[in-house]
Design a protein around this ligand. Structure first.
Ligand code: TRP
Length: 335
């Protein structure tokens, strides 16, 4: 039996470099390694903090699918499916909700971080946090285990959610007998990509992201305003590339030869920031160009994108149907 990979993405916006280097590169590698690979477009999870904006979630289901296809995800190797269409996930979420305490959910570091970012939605102290949002780690445990997922390629912000999933699995197995597998994370070499402003994390809500679909004018504007070594005042001042976001992105998208050159010239003071940014803009555009070319094809063929999702969802359904049967038997609710 092939090992199962399960991972997910929230359809709340387009893919940016943080997704690409943090998680997607691993998808691309793992899709060639002979796994049974399910990739969930987590629309139900996206609704937990976008319940008032269903149009946005629906639009981004297609946007994110097109982004994934344009970076080279192969629908013949990966079942790309829509979470809301697999009812067993919702069913299992209800079963798991007995196995986790409210205080444990409130202590989940990912939930805590997100709460502080969502003051508008849930109030300053999270006093209007919804049941659905607080419970999304439970639903994510259902996402993984309803497909019998063993490997979960994710960025490191997701680790507390995986830990919570493993706790639920252990609890389930200890009560209902050995039924579920404990999933393991698969982290990429770049676990987290910093934002244009130097923030530890690149994110849509942080407004510091470079998107895979950004056009050349947008890339230019963003890179021109990226954080550099603030101690460098004049063009020929020597500077420290390690504190500069321009050098940081050179390291992600440029050739080794150019990276070495940028670093040594910056340290010596023989390279101005404007020149350095212009070179990065060119390198970034070259890096993104093949994605945009492929993306055009999917933009022109929306029916194909829909078919890919329908086919992926049908495969996911087969797997979920089998697994929920096993789970209900273990719980003695298989009437
Ligand atoms: N929580 C993930 C994110 O915000 C998305 C996600 C949903 C996921 N279900 C998952 C990730 C299952 C891994 C496994 O990006």
């Amino acid at each position: 039996m092939k090992k199962v990979i399960l991972t997910g993405l929230r359809p709340t916006g387009n893919l940016h470099l943080g997704h690409y280097f943090g998680a997607c590169q691993n998808y691309l590698k793992m899709q060639t390694e002979g796994y049974d690979f399910y990739l969930e477009i987590a629309d139900v999870q996206a609704l937990t903090d976008n319940f008032n904006n269903p149009e946005k979630v629906r639009k981004n289901v297609y946007e994110i699918t097109k982004d994934l296809l344009s970076i080279g995800l192969d629908p013949d190797k990966v079942h790309i499916f829509i979470q809301s269409q697999i009812k067993e996930i919702a069913e299992l979420t209800v079963f798991y909700s007995n196995l986790v305490t409210i205080s444990r959910l409130q202590r989940n570091p990912t939930v805590k971080t997100e709460l502080t970012q969502k003051k508008d939605l849930f109030g300053n102290k999270g006093e209007s946090i919804t049941y659905g949002f607080l419970g999304y780690p439970v639903s994510q445990a259902a996402d993984i285990t309803v497909f019998d997922g063993e490997l979960v390629p994710v960025g490191d912000d997701q680790l507390p959610l995986l830990e919570q999933c493993r706790e639920i699995v252990r609890k389930f197995n200890s009560i209902y007998g050995d039924t579920l597998k404990e999933p393991q994370q698969v982290l990429s070499n770049t676990t987290r990509v910093k934002g244009l402003d130097g923030n530890e994390k690149m994110g849509k809500s942080l407004g510091n992201a470079i998107y895979l679909i950004d056009d050349e004018a947008t890339i230019t504007k963003k890179i021109m305003s990226a954080l550099t070594d603030k101690n460098k005042i004049k063009k020929d001042d020597p500077a420290n590339p390690e504190v500069c976001m321009v050098y940081y992105y050179h390291k992600l998208v440029n050739s080794q030869e150019n990276i070495t050159k940028v670093c040594s010239e910056c340290q010596k003071g023989s390279r101005g920031c404007v020149q350095c940014k212009k070179e990065l803009i060119a390198a970034m555009n070259d890096f993104l160009h093949p994605f945009k070319e492929k993306r055009k094809y999917y933009d022109e063929n929306p029916d194909l994108v829909k078919t890919i999702l329908t086919t992926g969802t049908a495969s996911a359904q087969i797997k979920a149907t089998k697994q929920i049967k096993k789970i209900k038997q273990a719980m003695k609710i298989d009437y």
